[in-house]
Structure formats: structure tokens, C-alpha cells
Design a binder for this molecule. Structure first.
Ligand code: ZN
Ligand code: ZN
Length: 367
């Protein structure tokens, strides 16, 4: 892929932005326009991104939906995270459920899995012989059990919820969703002949490297390790530091048309920089707390778990990526809203590549 050509979809059309890789000539350029118009990549697209939801955190407020991104490779969809409303955003984007065969979950915070089961229970709840719907198998890759819980902020140790199994991994989460919704599934199978939506997902809990990582040492220095590969993608991962969450993954997708890396939720991380190095696009989380009035506990969470938008440009520079896409974003400053011009300026500190402050349903075409 030509590292200098990236298109951004605005209202269903792909506009050439003439991105200049690592060139200072684009400093201060107008950020890509926000769009709420469905804009599925055209069938001719070889490598593209659809930002289904761009919101950080589980809070139901503002005008962004939960974090979820579709990577489209030669017409096949690789979905990264399933935040709130992402199954509807997937539909609104014009993506085909039949094209969804692989889902990747970075970690098990609620804002990343709120709609996970809905992709099967709702997206698969149709006669797939006559209409578009999710059909088996969909291979899901994500965290296994954390194995334990860190103390709370300030050293407190509140009694855990579900003390019999307080840290279930993705396989158990999936199994328990299927158990909880068995009645609906059974009725619909008998009443309308629909498929068993509880049998769509095939879960693969990602094996961790033998480097001492644990719930008390969440992201030691890690060499990127393989997750899966097929005819179109080779997926590798690393462990990223996301407060007490373990494991928390970043993913890199290498394709014949270029490489795209997703940071997942992370504070500044050398592991992430190593994973992303030389990618064409880095999709990175970012928050702003400047001018805000967070509590000590909230500020601690933000510092230990997330990356300041004022620092993300330096990360992109170290990773030598020509295009930085901000998603999973939230502004805890005085206005509480993301100003794309200000955020672009912040993200360009220490970085001369292209910055795109992501918005819901924005399409980014690499080739
Ligand atoms: Zn999150
Ligand atoms: Zn998180």
C-alpha cells in the first residue's frame, strides 16, 4: 500500500485528503469532518476502517456510541470490540452481517462488550437463507480469566460481586449469555424456525506469553505474539497497561494492503509502540482532563488507564505511523465535549503525520 494515500468517507463519499506521510505540511490542517451518515466502504475497497462507535467509557451521555471498529479487508469484516449500540451501528454503516466472521475483544470492560452478545442474539436472529444475518461460525478472540482482582483505589478491598467466580473470561461470559437467553432462543427456534443464536460464536481465549504477566503485573515487556491468521490477515497482539485490567490487548492486523494497529485501552505503552511500529494506521484511544475537576479516584483511573490526547502524538511518532486515528475518546475538560480542531492540535504535538479525530460512522479507506 502507498503509505501516502488514505481516503476518509464523509457522508457516504470517499474524499481524497492527500495525506502526506510524516510531512509537516499538513500541520494545522482541517480535521476530517464528522459524519453521521452511513458510509460502508465500496465493494472495491481492499482495506478500510469504519468507526462504528467512538466513545470511551460506559456512561450513557453525549452523542457518541460505544467503542467498536470494523476493519474491512477484501470485503470481509474483522470487528474490534462491541461497545454499546455497535450492532445497530454496524447495520447503519451498511455492513453485511454475513461478512462478519471474526470478532476481537481487547478487554472485558463493559464499554467494550455491551453489545457483544447482541451480534449473535439480534444480528443472528433472522432467516439467513433469505436475509442478511450473522451465521456460524463467528470466531471470537479475546481475554481469558484475569485470575484475581487488584485492591481498589486507596487500598480498599470491597467484597467482590459473584464471589464464586469474580473474574470470568470471554468463554464463560459467552456461555452464561447463552444460558441466560436460552428461553428466547428455544422459543424462536420452535416458533419461527430461526437458527440457534447461542451456537454462532466460537470463542478463542488468547494464550498469553510466558513473561510473568498476571493480574498484578499486567503488561511487562512483551514481544508481539500471534493471535490468528487467515488468507487475508495476520493478527498479532501485545499486552497493554490499562490500570487493574488483565489482560488488556492491543491488536495489529497485517494485510497485503497495509497494516492497522488498534491500541485498545491503554496508558502510554512501549509494548504498544513496538506492536504498532511501521503500521500505516494507528487507531489509538485518547482522553482530555485539562481544565477538568475529576475526583482523586477518577483522576487516578484516567492516569493509570488511559492516554492523554496531548501525549498521543509522541506515541504515533515513536511508532513511525503516518496516520493517527483517535477513537475511544472522551473529554473531561470544562465543556465536556470533544472539539475536533483543539483535539487535532493537541494530537499533533510531537507528531507530523495525519491526525483524524474519529466520529461515529466515519469511514477511512486505505486502499
Ligand atoms: Zn474502554
Ligand atoms: Zn477499558
Amino acid at each position: 500500500m502507498d503509505r501516502r494515500s488514505v481516503l476518509v468517507g464523509i457522508g457516504g463519499a470517499a474524499a481524497v485528503l492527500g495525506i502526506s506521510a510524516c510531512s509537516s505540511s499538513k500541520k494545522g490542517s482541517t480535521p476530517a469532518s464528522a459524519t453521521t451518515t452511513a458510509a460502508a466502504p465500496p465493494a472495491s475497497v481492499k482495506l478500510g476502517l469504519v468507526l462504528l462507535g467512538t466513545r470511551a467509557g460506559p456512561y450513557v451521555q453525549g452523542d457518541r456510541t460505544g467503542i467498536s471498529t470494523a476493519l474491512v479487508v477484501d470485503g470481509h469484516v474483522y470487528l474490534v470490540d462491541c461497545g454499546q449500540s455497535s450492532v445497530w451501528q454496524y447495520h447503519r454503516a451498511g455492513l453485511k452481517f454475513a461478512a462478519l466472521k471474526n470478532i476481537f475483544i481487547t478487554h472485558l470492560h463493559a464499554d467494550h462488550v455491551a453489545d457483544y452478545n447482541n451480534f449473535f442474539m439480534l444480528g443472528g436472529s433472522t432467516d439467513t437463507s433469505t436475509a442478511d444475518g450473522v451465521s456460524p461460525p463467528v470466531h471470537v478472540y479475546g481475554p481469558g480469566p484475569a485470575g484475581g482482582l487488584q485492591p481498589a483505589f486507596g487500598g480498599a478491598n470491597p467484597p467482590p460481586a459473584q464471589p464464586g467466580d469474580p473474574t470470568p473470561g470471554l468463554a464463560t461470559l459467552t456461555q452464561r449469555c447463552n444460558e441466560a437467553f436460552a428461553y428466547s432462543d428455544n422459543v424462536l427456534m420452535r416458533d419461527t424456525g430461526l437458527q440457534d443464536t447461542g451456537a454462532i460464536a466460537v470463542v478463542h481465549e488468547i494464550s498469553l506469553p510466558d513473561n510473568g504477566a498476571s493480574y498484578t503485573n499486567t503488561a511487562p515487556a512483551t514481544t508481539p505474539f500471534p493471535v490468528m491468521s487467515d488468507d487475508r490477515v495476520r493478527v498479532t497482539a501485545t499486552l497493554v497497561p490499562h490500570g487493574p485490567v488483565f489482560p488488556s490487548f492491543a491488536f495489529r492486523f497485517d494485510t497485503d494492503h497495509g497494516a492497522v494497529t488498534f491500541s485498545g485501552d491503554t496508558t502510554n505503552s512501549d509494548n504498544l509502540i513496538q506492536l504498532a511500529h511501521g503500521s500505516q494506521v494507528l487507531v489509538h484511544e485518547a482522553i482530555n482532563t485539562e481544565g477538568g475537576s475529576l475526583s482523586a479516584a477518577a483522576q487516578s483511573h484516567m492516569t493509570q488507564s488511559h492516554t492523554a490526547v496531548q501525549q498521543v502524538g509522541a506515541i504515533a511518532h515513536q511508532a513511525d505511523v503516518p496516520t493517527l486515528v483517535l477513537s475511544h475518546i472522551a473529554d473531561f475538560g470544562p465543556t465536556g465535549t470533544v472539539d475536533p480542531v483543539q483535539w487535532t492540535h493537541w494530537a499533533q504535538q510531537g507528531y507530523s503525520g495525519k491526525v483524524i479525530v474519529g466520529s461515529d460512522l466515519q469511514t477511512i479507506i486505505m486502499e
